[in-house]
Design a protein around this ligand. Structure first.
Ligand code: SF4
Length: 325
């Protein structure tokens, strides 16, 4: 059996801020609160949940853009959270990020050529003679004409900008790509083009993806396995088919009920969640979902459910009514 390419174990990010006017009074925001998952080589792991659930913070900790409060991140057998300086720079070549807003993540004063060439220069991967050839090769790969190399980001549509961002991420031949809401800013018709491009690139370059999104239909389309996050915790995790066809957690059921069904004759009962996502600075007692769960009962208020394997499906979920709903 292959070793996972990425192992995240007990990852936490707690932000401490001052509460009110008194310096001594602090509040702790548990943005990510004990998340564990593995991603195997060549796999796409989709991390899904509402905005503010901690999925992007998880991605940023893996990218080493944010320091974890607790937990370990092992990438290709190496503890990323223990690296710094040159060792971290060397490791960074193997994991790259694609951002939600391709415009904000591309320097408006740089040409497309310079944007794509930058990581090649930082990681000393090409001679100056080889850079143009590699930039053209990457433009071909993402389906953009070579003549765009001398143009600037503002001259492109959202979908084209995202292709430039993908070319930049691919430049250093990474093993893992963390895609943080890469299609949520795009029109639906363009979304499918970019998702299909990501799938084709995965086959061509043997890439592994951590795909972060709030839209379960997008995650369903691209993922091999799915993790559902709620209020900083993973509440369900398993194979894509198992999660989509047989969700165990009421939160996953609610997310799934909002996904349109292609066949209008096939009806899916819509579960409307009451209320907003509670604040991670003051999470509910017991099950974090109990304030919005239509099935909540006394035990849910007092006891936090652990992730357990459901007998009916073989995947894991954190709910006191596992296998019963
Ligand atoms: Fe709902 Fe209770 Fe299950 Fe939490 S543990 S998801 S509140 S039924």
């Amino acid at each position: 059996m292959k070793e996972p390419l990425l192992q995240v174990d007990g990852l936490k990010k707690h932000f401490v801020s001052q509460k009110g006017f008194r310096k001594s009074s602090k509040q702790v925001v548990k943005a990510v609160d004990g998340v564990s998952f593995d991603i195997n080589p060549g796999e796409t792991f989709g991390l899904v949940g509402e905005s503010g659930c901690g999925k992007s913070t998880t991605g940023r900790m893996i990218m080493q853009m944010l320091e974890a409060t607790e937990g370990t991140i092992t990438f290709d057998g190496e503890r990323l959270d223990q690296l710094s300086g040159k060792a971290l720079k060397k490791a960074r070549k193997d994991f790259q990020m694609i951002f939600q807003d391709p415009y904000a993540s591309l320097n408006p004063r740089m040409t497309v050529r310079d944007i794509i060439a930058e990581p090649l220069i930082v990681h000393e991967m090409e001679t100056s003679n080889g850079i143009d050839r590699r930039v053209y090769e990457l433009l071909d790969t993402v389906g953009l004409p070579r003549k765009v190399a001398e143009r600037y980001p503002h001259e492109f549509s959202g979908g084209q900008r995202q292709r430039i961002g993908i070319a930049r991420a691919l430049a250093v031949k990474p093993k893992l790509i963390i895609a943080d809401e890469p299609v949520s800013a795009l029109d639906v018709s363009i979304q499918s083009q970019v998702l299909n491009l990501l799938k084709d690139l995965q086959d061509e370059f043997d890439l592994t993806y951590l795909f972060i999104a709030h839209d379960l239909s997008v995650v369903d389309f691209i993922s091999d396995r799915i993790g559902v996050m709620y209020l900083g915790k993973l509440v369900e995790i398993g194979d894509r088919d198992s999660i989509i066809q047989n969700p165990q957690h009421p939160y996953t059921k609610a997310l799934l009920s909002a996904v349109p069904v292609p066949d209008p004759r096939a009806k899916r009962e819509r579960i409307v969640l009451e209320g907003d996502l509670p604040s991670p600075s003051n999470p509910p007692s017991g099950c974090p979902f109990h304030t919005r769960c239509p099935f909540a009962w006394d035990r849910c208020v007092n006891e936090t459910p652990e992730l357990q394997t459901a007998e009916t499906t073989g995947h894991t979920a954190a709910c006191h009514l596992l296998d019963e709903l």
